[in-house]
Design a protein around this ligand. Structure first.
Ligand code: UN1
Length: 503
């Protein structure tokens, strides 16, 4: 552990194949949220000048990278996937140290990056287009995927390696070059991933890393005309700003934003499973997932029984440093996040929800130097309350009673977000009806709202997303554009879209 500035490691930006200091020379610190005396490192506090250099490098590199055959690009990505796999454990430890979630979860995060990189590398030999019959004789008609150019990639702190991999790897396999800005709370995991891409042999300028804040670095990455695609995961408020900043240059924007996901528990549910699902869906990653199950709607017939079991399990969760094997829930990521959680607990009380457990910051002893909060359950919550409507991004779950399946679906859909939803029931008809009627991008039956796999599309509706999906082959649609191609081999003038008489 390094506690003095003198012993703090300084990390650099990666621009045009070189590790460089920012133009201003300013730095920011990355600290362990379980022990704020532990400085993870000092990182470049970059500005628009650094972004301009990175975009220039990416623009030049694009002219070569786009011509590297996709299967060859993929070979480098397969190599990178294996390198991440070889170092899974140390990468997970560094991730827990910088953002707090428990080791099992950071290992899962790194594994997701491995899975995504292998999966997408496989797309180097696919990237299928269409071939269709032409309207004319002696002519072929087909469509091919084309890369777009420079991609700006902006990622959050809750999945510090998985989410960058969801964006960077499909961007690269499609032939784009990238400028990457990770969240300022998790620059080390991002840098570790970029280092591995460098080691795997990705040519200079193809991947560029610029660390720093959204206002300085992010905005410059979004407004720049050279950039043709922005992929952003983060809050709905910032997503709206990204969208506005990108609009004048008509670049493609892929947004993945907030969630207020619901688990619906019917009167025929296996309650033991439902309790378990709500526990990990609500308190995994300290509730800091866009897929977190922050709302639970329970049929009145099983409401009391569910609540008793859920609250006693939530109370028993072991909160602590995520690096310790016995810990089940780590700290929240920052002082700001802790304040938000505490503010919403206060809002919930004022709104008249019943605080069933938790509700306090944990202090003293092992908690003295970190951002720890009790797992918190509000019961008897009304669907219109702010704690049931707004994304908290912390260990706070709102439990609401309902009288019927239809009411559960109405409550479930009654928020501005639409990422993930779940139903616990033994009734196949209800399961399918809920699957159809929940307006979300992801749906689960008898499982919590979390745990998306890399080979299916990931994303949401309404204020969660703007119609795109990442992961799966859907990611190829984000990072490429179609070109339709007509090849006339007749040797004479043939014209489509006139009333052809020749058959
Ligand atoms: C996110 O919270 O931003 O399904 C992503 C899940 C993870 C991804 C979550 N695989 O919860």
């Amino acid at each position: 552990m390094s506690t003095s500035a003198a012993r703090t490691t300084t990390f650099h930006n990666f621009i045009d194949g070189a590790w460089v200091a920012s133009v201003s020379g300013d730095l920011f610190e990355d600290r362990n949220p379980a022990d704020t005396d532990d400085v993870v490192g000092a990182f470049q506090k970059s500005t628009a000048a650094d972004v301009a250099n990175a975009i220039d490098a990416a623009r030049l590199a694009y002219e070569r990278w786009r011509l590297v055959p996709a299967p060859k690009r993929a070979e480098l990505l397969f190599r990178a996937a294996q390198l991440v796999a070889d170092r899974k454990d140390p990468l997970a430890r560094e991730m827990t140290r910088e953002m707090g979630k428990v080791l099992d979860e950071t290992r899962g995060d790194v594994q997701e990056a491995i899975d995504m990189t292998f999966f997408m590398a496989g797309e180097g030999r696919r990237q299928y287009g269409q071939t269709v019959p032409s309207e004319l004789r002696d002519k072929f008609a087909l469509s091919i995927r084309q890369p777009m150019g420079v991609a700006s990639i902006i990622t959050p702190w809750n999945f510090p390696m998985a989410i960058p991999s969801w964006k960077i790897i499909p961007a690269l396999v499609c032939g784009n070059t990238i400028v990457f800005k990770p969240a300022t709370l998790t620059p080390l995991s991002a840098l570790n991933f970029v280092k591995i891409l460098e080691e795997a042999g990705i040519p200079r300028g193809v991947v560029n890393l610029v660390t720093g804040g959204g206002g300085d670095v992010g905005t410059a990455m979004v407004i720049n005309d050279t950039v043709r695609i922005v992929s952003f995961t983060g809050s709905t408020d910032v997503g709206r700003t990204v969208s506005e900043h990108a609009a004048p240059s008509f670049k493609k924007v892929h947004l993945e934003m907030g969630g207020k996901n619901v688990i619906m528990i019917m009167d025929d549910a296996n309650l033991e499973l439902a309790v378990e699902g709500c526990l990990w869906g609500g308190f995994g990653t300290s509730g800091q997932r866009c897929t977190a199950a922050s709302r639970v709607v329970v049929h009145e017939k099983v409401y009391d029984s569910f609540l008793d079991q859920f609250v006693s399990r939530a109370k028993a969760l072991r909160v602590g440093d995520g690096l310790r094997p016995e810990t089940q829930m780590g700290p929240v990521v920052s002082a700001g996040q802790l304040e938000t959680v505490m503010k919403y607990v206060e809002i919930g009380r004022e709104e008249g929800a019943k605080l069933a457990c938790g509700g306090h910051r944990l202090t003293g002893g092992p908690y003295a130097k970190g951002f720890f909060h009790e797992p918190t359950v509000f019961a008897d919550v009304a669907p219109s309350m702010r704690i049931a409507q707004e994304e908290i991004f912390g260990p706070v779950v709102s439990v609401m009673p309902c009288r019927s399946f239809d009411e559960a679906v109405a409550i479930g859909n009654g928020v501005q977000y639409g990422l993930s939803a779940s139903i616990y029931t033994q009734d196949v008809n209800r399961a399918f009806a809920a699957m159809r009627d929940m307006y979300t991008g992801i749906f689960y039956v008898n499982a919590p709202t979390i745990g998306a796999e890399v080979h299916l599309p990931f994303g949401g509706t309404k204020a969660t997303g703007n119609g795109h999906r990442e992961a799966g082959t859907a990611a190829l649609d984000v990072f490429s554009e179609w070109k339709s191609v007509y090849v006339d081999f007749s040797g004479r003038l043939q014209r489509a879209q006139i009333d052809a008489t020749e058959l």
